[in-house]
Design a protein around this ligand. Sequence first.
Ligand SMILES: [Zn+2]
Length: 162
Amino acid sequence: MEATIWTDELVNRLITLWNEGLTARGIAEILTRESGKVVTRNSVIGKSNRLDLPMRKISRKLTDAERHERRVQASRRYRRKRMEAAIASGEIVKPRGRGIPVDDQQIPFAQRKTTFDLDNHTCRWPVGDPKDAEFFFCGGPSDLAGGRPYCVDHTFRSMRGA
Ligand SMILES: [Zn+2]
């Protein structure tokens, strides 16, 4: 009989484990082990229904869009971490006084480069649509010490993924 299984102690333990988010099967195994009585998954479910314990979130499969969004978030987190580490170690210098680095439209015309002008000392950050006549490369001094094809501003920006 159920009534003989569910002592107050066991009920309290059930509530605790339930709130910790364990599955009914997991709870049944723990209660069985701890109490020495046979507590089945069904009796855990029955008891939790009678106790009117709050439903827990039902885990479900993620949609493709959700999975994609999680990947995007994870890679953003990764890039941010990497950038913070690089700044902390002095590997790259955070542009001073600017939360958001260069506005590409402020790049001086004299500095702008076309594909043919680029060399190993010029920033290869593309601005605009390559099919567009307005298109140019940043052309600023590239961060050769860091072995990067971009100027400090654009290195910073490439790492923060903006
Ligand atoms: Zn640049």
